[in-house]
Design a protein around this ligand. Structure first.
Ligand code: GUN
Length: 294
């Protein structure tokens, strides 16, 4: 069998960012409105610093205003909540993103629920989560939206396909399940307690790996011809002692079995940021009382 088609998340994300940038330019020209995103980083986690820098950079490249708040690792929950209050009230800020994970002294849930749901561009607030489940328009989490876009790009229609999701986090697995149901997929969610995981994943016409385990999904776990979306970003050392990025899927093995597959890096990651910009644009339009674009 021929190798799987590699799904180019970088190119797809670039198209989406360009589309968002055109809408931002129009919004500025027609309504004098510049969408603004506040990105909050607490502590020194090196991966988080890179993500935050990229998010801010891409927002500016799309014509948005970006406000980065870097707080020390010893920041108290009260201080962070006070900042969230200020950002909720700030007319220049339409999107608020608090980079996760947070240091131990801060309860992430308390912070997420303090964000104005209208500015919750991560789509993590209980209001947006609830709206997503019952099918109301909502700001939906960026990584899951990106995953669905990538699968649609590879397969076209998803209706009736059996989608298997590995992972049940609030950030990826659970919202992704809701989005796949919206696309009329048949759905299975697997997790660390699932019995005979490899047999369950092998049922998926679409297999989405979001377990946070480097190269866990082997070739034999994949249905021949399936569309494989790899959400994992794991830093591991190769034989020579150099750090490299790998996904949750054993890419070399999967390439021989799958019909299409996203690479790491260059698959889901760039789509997450592009979807964040789209959410910020949507939040700005909604706050200004403007109709949404499709
Ligand atoms: N950390 C890892 N992924 C995410 C995400 O999508 N949003 C935020 N805020 N933090 C993250």
């Amino acid at each position: 069998m021929a190798d799987a088609k590699i799904i180019d998340g970088k190119a797809l994300a670039q198209d989406l960012r360009a589309q968002v940038a055109r809408s931002v330019a129009e919004l500025k020209q027609r309504h004098g409105l510049t969408p603004g995103i506040a990105v909050v980083l607490v502590g020194e986690d090196p991966a988080s610093r890179i993500y935050v820098r990229n998010k801010a950079k891409q927002a500016v490249a799309a014509g948005m205003a970006s406000f980065v708040h870097k707080l020390g690792a010893d920041t108290t929950q009260a201080d962070l909540l006070a900042l969230i209050d200020r950002l909720n009230a700030d007319k220049q800020v339409h999107g608020i993103l608090v980079q996760l994970p947070l240091p131990d002294q801060i309860a992430a849930d308390a912070v997420i629920q303090a964000i104005d749901p209208a500015k919750d561009v991560d789509g993590f607030h209980a209001i947006n989560t609830g709206k997503l489940i019952i099918g109301l328009p909502a700001l939906a989490p960026c990584t899951p939206v990106g995953c669905v876009m990538l699968a649609k790009h590879a397969l076209g229609e998803l209706s009736g396909a059996h989608a298997v999701v590995v992972g049940r986090s609030n950030i990826v697995g659970k919202p992704l399940a809701q989005l796949l149901l919206r696309e009329n997929c048949t759905l299975t969610i697997c997790h660390s307690r699932t019995r005979d995981l490899a047999a369950v994943t092998a049922l998926g016409d679409i297999l989405i790996a979001a377990a946070g385990q480097p190269e866990m999904v082997k070739g034999g776990w994949i249905k021949p011809g399936a569309c494989v979306i790899d959400v994992g970003i794991n830093r591991v050392e190769d034989a020579a002692g150099n750090t490299k990025l790998v996904g949750d899927v054993d890419f070399a093995q999967a390439l021989k079995v799958a019909g299409s597959i996203t690479p790491v890096p260059g698959g889901v990651g760039p789509m997450t940021i592009a979807c964040l910009l789209r959410n910020t644009l949507r939040a700005a339009r909604a706050i200004a009382g403007l109709e949404q674009e499709q």
